[in-house]
Design a protein around this ligand. Structure first.
Ligand code: NAI
Length: 254
């Protein structure tokens, strides 16, 4: 298990689902965790669960798509926790529909949360991460982990907005790694396959079966499967890993 004692992590969209599992796993590894979601009170349950593990935790309300809110959130986290070592851009939404019928609003909403939100938080934490130094002045940098998706790699009918946003997250991950690598800030993405969650629970049974037939491991993934990959990327065991897209998809695609 990664040793994250004394580190501070900031996880977006962490009131529930994969984000809550990531926050919990990072706390289990010893990190103090700032959790954000659209409303601070939605984070209460996750915050209580983390505190019960003996780490510091606090919830923040922020819309990741709004620049001023993101900057204010990072400022508040720095005031409360003093630093950010691990940034997990997890908040994401879907608004599915066939491309020919997709409205401008549905396109914009998904791109704004999934892609712009990832950019805004990355930009806001970059400078504070650059300032993270060991007592002897060695730059400690940080680890940024973006949650992409298998469909951002392979495309998916009915998800033009979502696939484009996640493909964008993948490209942004690689660029961030190139720009910030010299400051010891690593940036990687985890690309989940089909994960059991509120997002996928709504899919009809025939669609779920069609997905299952494409998964060599013959099971849907869990939020914990994703959280484990994130914790590894956050810690020193991944200290020479940056600009990578780690697929956690049961073998759906190589
Ligand atoms: P979820 O819908 O259960 O959780 C998403 C969280 O993000 C919610 O708590 C929601 O309130 C929050 N959120 C939404 N818009 C926000 C905004 N504008 N500002 C702040 N927070 C906001 O979704 P799930 O399944 O946990 O997904 C988490 C991430 O994993 C997303 O980026 C999703 O695209 C990605 N993913 C999920 C897969 C799945 O099978 N569930 C597969 C591949 C990727």
């Amino acid at each position: 298990m990664a040793d994250l004692k004394g580190k501070v992590a900031l996880v977006t969209g962490a009131a529930r689902g994969i984000g809550a599992a990531i926050a919990t796993k990072l706390a289990e590894c010893g990190a103090n965790v700032a959790i954000c979601d659209l409303k601070a009170e939605w984070c209460d349950e996750t915050v209580a669960a983390l505190k019960a593990r003996g780490v510091e935790a606090k919830g923040y309300g922020v819309n990741v798509a709004v620049s001023a809110e993101v900057d204010a959130c990072v400022k508040a986290v720095l005031a409360d926790f003093g630093r950010v070592d691990i940034m997990v851009n997890n908040a994401g939404i879907t608004k599915d529909g066939l491309l020919m019928r997709m409205s401008d609003d549905d396109w914009d909403a998904v791109l704004n949360v999934n892609l712009k939100g990832t950019f805004l938080f990355t930009r806001a934490v970059a400078r504070p991460m650059m300032k993270n130094k060991a007592p002897d002045g060695t730059p400690l940098g940080g680890s940024i982990i973006n949650i992409a998706s298998v469909v951002g790699i392979m495309g998916n009918a009915g998800q033009a907005n979502y696939t484009a946003s996640k493909g964008g997250v993948i490209a942004l991950t690689k660029t961030t790694a190139k720009e910030l690598g010299s400051r010891n800030i690593r940036c990687n993405a985890v690309a989940p396959g089909f994960i059991q969650s509120k997002m996928t629970d709504v899919l009809p049974e025939n669609v779920r079966k069609a997905y299952m037939d494409t998964i060599p491991l013959r099971r849907f993934g869990t939020a914990l499967d994703i959280a484990k990959a994130v914790a590894w990327l956050a810690g020193d065991d991944a200290s020479y890993v940056t600009g990578q897209i780690i697929s956690v998809n049961g073998g759906m695609i190589g």
